[in-house]
Design a protein. Structure first.
Length: 348
């Protein structure tokens, strides 16, 4: 394999334009070689060096492509990832990994047999607030953690003409936004014993779920994950409580907004959060009481691809193990069953 990994991107929709293309553009280890756009050539406006192709096979069957980025609509992830692996490519799949557990298991086994890396773009692991929370927990600043609550709320009271709003595509906010919160919970606490869920369609005319309230059942900590499309006045994004204190965090990581505005991750102060959004820590450490803001660690989405390069070139384990993302799908499917049956559903 060349020192620079040649990438074929299967879509230049929101995830490609906002997230992947800017991250790959600034990476020293990757080269965007081809981008699939069915009718437009808009990727050339910012990245004139890429080749636009109209069909997936122009990427999947290209012997010069090392890595295929499957960032197509969710219901197509399995098929494109399978075809890419069978063609001998390494694969990055946009979240959610797959929509069916058996499909995910098949992909993991296929990647093992082909000797190719398969990973999932769980970029929210590299958001500043989540990195800060991990450090607070790891350093025991709250004592023994007893409660963790995370929100991913939006205000979008209308229905878009999008594949994400069509029930036949097996989508909804739990797969879309919930896959982030579930993944973060797995990183922090591992696999829960069970899940109890309330999942609803609240917007007028909604055909897919736009609210979820998940309780992940762990022996020692209460974990709540929530999202709604009808939150006009946002509350805390994270709330953590322990035997010695609490940490409460408002505001969203600034990286997505910066990327949407056309900025790149190699700019000065990338991922640095405004002081107004720093979380408040109220705790006792070594018999000393402290209450005040904690500077949020800088977010760094680019670390996903930096770590992936280390895996591809130096043989290190991927930062995102696809089995973690597959466990996330197990939790999501258990949540839907829990809501339907109005009971807690085992996840192990």
């Amino acid at each position: 394999m060349n020192s620079r990994i040649r990438v074929g991107m299967l879509s230049y929709g929101m995830s490609g334009k906002v997230f992947h293309a800017p991250l790959l553009h600034v990476s020293q280890g990757f080269t965007m070689t081809k981008v699939m756009q069915r009718t437009s050539d808009s990727a050339l406006e910012r990245f004139p060096y890429v080749k636009i192709v109209r069909e997936a096979d122009e990427i999947l069957l290209d012997p010069d492509i090392d890595l295929v980025l499957v960032n197509t609509p969710d219901h197509t992830h399995y098929d494109f990832a399978r075809r890419a692996l069978e063609a001998g490519k390494h694969v990055v799949v946009e979240k959610p990994f797959v929509l069916d557990i058996h499909e995910g298991e098949e992909l993991v086994e296929l990647s093992r047999r082909k000797g190719k890396i398969l990973t999932v773009f769980q970029n929210r692991r590299w958001e500043g607030d989540f990195l800060t929370i991990r450090k607070i927990i790891d350093n025991g600043l709250l004592g023994r953690l007893v409660e963790y609550e995370a929100h991913f709320d939006r205000f979008r009271n209308f229905i878009r003409d999008s594949w994400k709003e069509k029930p036949e595509n097996k989508t909804g906010t739990l797969y879309n936004l919930g896959s982030h919160l579930v993944d973060q919970a797995i990183v922090l606490f591992g696999m829960p014993e069970a899940v109890y869920a309330d999942i609803r369609k609240q917007r007028t005319g909604a055909l897919v779920d736009d609210l979820f309230d998940l309780n992940l059942l762990y022996p020692a900590v209460k974990v709540t994950l929530k999202s709604s499309y009808l939150i006009r006045e946002p509350g805390p994004r994270y709330m953590l409580h322990g035997t010695e204190g609490s940490f409460v965090k408002y505001g969203a990581d600034p990286q997505e907004e910066a990327l949407t505005k056309g900025h790149f991750p190699n700019e000065p102060d990338w991922g640095k959060e405004n002081e107004d959004n720093w979380g408040i820590l109220n705790t006792t450490v070594n018999d000393l009481h402290f209450r005040g803001p904690v500077e949020t660690l800088p977010g760094c989405y680019q670390e996903f691809y930096n770590a992936l390069y280390e895996s591809l070139v130096k043989g290190r384990e991927p930062a995102v193990n696809p089995l973690d993302s597959l466990n996330g799908i197990r939790i999501i499917q258990a949540a839907y069953r829990s809501c339907e049956e109005r009971c807690a559903v085992l996840t192990k």
